[in-house]
Ligand binder design. Sequence first.
Ligand SMILES: Nc1ncnc2c1ncn2[C@@H]1O[C@H](COP(=O)(O)OP(=O)(O)OP(=O)(O)O)[C@@H](O)[C@H]1O
Length: 262
Amino acid sequence: MSLVLDIQGVSVRRGRKHLLDDVTWTVGEDERWVVLGPNGAGKTTLLQIAAARLHPTQGQVGILDERLGAVDVFELRPRIGLCSNALASTMPTREKALDMVVTAAYGVTGRWREEYERLDERRAFELLNTWGVGTVFDRPFATLSEGERKRVQIARALMTDPELLLLDEPGAGLDLAGRESLVHRTAELVASEDAPTTVLVTHHLEEIPPGFTHVLLLRDGRSVAQGSIDEVLTSENLSTTFDMPLELHTRNGRFSAFAASR
Ligand SMILES: Nc1ncnc2c1ncn2[C@@H]1O[C@H](COP(=O)(O)OP(=O)(O)OP(=O)(O)O)[C@@H](O)[C@H]1O
């Protein structure tokens, strides 16, 4: 099985602080990973590395058979779909939803721009429809609700038909119905035949869609445990990760956790 991510002994330091500390993590093509951990654990930092947007202070990073540091990241990035608030905050706020999605394609289609524009628009519109936000296609991004923004960002991340999809807290700020519909749609996406390898970052077990196969538990920049979700997502590992006694509950492929009853 070929590796989509091959992260070996990666550390990221800022001053004296270790944002990541000697993390080794591999992701295979057919795997769907959840990266789970408390605030400040280093989840976003790790995802930035996986997205070829940050270089580690130490260690080796392989992404889609390329080596970070030896590859032109501008050629690599269109192969990776990234949905993150950090990325969304760099977008012009007056940009319309459809344009937010279409512009993701320019990195790979710039050369044939005139010919591809209509095709790109059609694809962007289809993606907006698939994610239930087709009706807001001509609304400025800044005027959308949090739930609508998240869906537009995911549509944008999928625009280049990426081989690797990275979702950084896509459920943050959504109401209950919004979260459930996002979980449902994400489960459908990862179950589809041509789904990209997917990594989802979250703090909340309720946000893990059915169909995710693996989990990486991070705490203080270090890997607490990683591997198959059935083996690694346990009350004991969660308690270590979040530094409090927790009880894991599983129902119909979904997860939740509560403070352990004393
Ligand atoms: N440039 C920086 N200089 C110093 N510390 C930083 C820098 N960037 C991030 N950090 C710190 O590194 C730690 C890891 O940050 P990161 O955003 O990766 O965590 P996270 O797990 O995604 O957190 P959250 O769940 O709160 O989003 C945090 O304590 C953060 O404050």
